[in-house]
Design a protein around this ligand. Structure first.
Ligand code: AMP
Length: 280
């Protein structure tokens, strides 16, 4: 009897759509946390939020090939499924979905989404096809999971913005956008695992500098020479990074704005070939 109870309470690991659908059939208030694994405290904060706001929580781990615009990036993306399972069991997550590409794409990798031209800003401009791949996999996952609540991170601001805009009406979930978890200043990211200690420290200094820049602009304590292109050059030279973009944007509609209005500072840059993003 006691053994049966333990088995019932254990996290269920599902690998196929059909098994997953059966497992969640009677769940009334399901929270969904989609991830690509190599879990860190950022993911954990989303899971905690889901556990607080949902009857049951489902985490998925799937590294979606269609959102990578470079094969090398897909190949080098960190994979740590055994450690992830230990973390999720400890957190008493109810369901873990780890599908393969046959389950999601029937191995055909067809992408139906096409972003309108005006959305091709920031990461959509610098990573061709990235968000089409993200929307595609999210649409497919949401069709399977049909969650009541969806938990996404503010760290991937443009991602949550587009999911909210293009998928929320169709799938009728309640969206929770969770704040970015940082180690000192640096936003946690699975990609940080590919950085050496020195590069991590450099990335932390860059994030610290961005917080300073934002404060300076918010308090309007800057010289007119401190234009965004000036700042870009400065960061470029000081830290020897390749910046894809550094922009002030309106958090509501992602339109370009300046310090006189409400803004977030968005950045994407490459450090030793590894691409990091942040928004502050
Ligand atoms: P990923 O595994 O990188 O696809 O991320 C899965 C989810 O975790 C996404 O909704 C991310 O925005 C979120 N996430 C990633 N890093 C962080 C972080 N540092 N703080 C909060 N959420 C995060």
């Amino acid at each position: 009897m006691f053994y049966l109870l333990i088995v019932l309470l254990q996290m269920k690991i599902l690998k196929t759509k059909n098994d997953l659908k059966k497992a969640i059939l009677n769940t009334k208030n399901l929270g969904f946390v989609p991830t690509m694994g190599s879990l860190h405290d950022g993911h954990i904060s989303l899971i905690k939020k889901s556990k607080k706001n949902s009857e049951k929580t489902l985490v998925s781990i799937y590294i979606n090939p269609t959102q990578f615009n470079k094969k090398k990036d897909f190949k080098s993306y960190p994979r740590n499924i055994n450690d992830d399972i230990i973390i999720l069991k400890k957190m008493k997550v109810d369901f873990l979905f780890i599908p393969n590409s046959k389950q999601i794409y029937n191995n055909k990798f067809k992408v139906n989404f096409k972003l309108p031209r005006f959305e091709r800003i920031m990461c959509a401009n610098h990573r061709k096809g990235h968000f089409e791949g993200v929307l595609e996999v999210m649409d497919r996952l949401l069709n399977i999971v049909k969650p009541n609540n969806l938990f996404l991170g503010q760290k991937d601001y443009q991602q949550q913005y587009l999911i909210n805009k293009y998928l929320k009406k169709k799938h009728k979930f309640r969206l929770f956008v969770c704040k970015t978890i940082r180690n000192k200043y640096l936003a946690l990211s699975s990609r940080n695992l590919n950085l050496s200690k020195e590069l991590l420290s450099k990335a932390n200094y860059i994030a610290k500098e961005l917080f300073k820049i934002k404060k300076k602009y918010r308090l309007k304590r800057f010289r007119s020479s401190n234009s965004i292109s000036f700042l870009k050059n400065l960061l470029n030279k000081k830290y020897q990074i390749k910046i894809d973009y550094l922009e002030f944007r309106n958090p509501k509609n992602l339109k370009k704005t300046d310090y006189r209005n409400k803004f977030r500072l968005f950045i994407a840059y490459h450090i030793n070939g590894i691409r990091l993003i942040d928004n502050i």
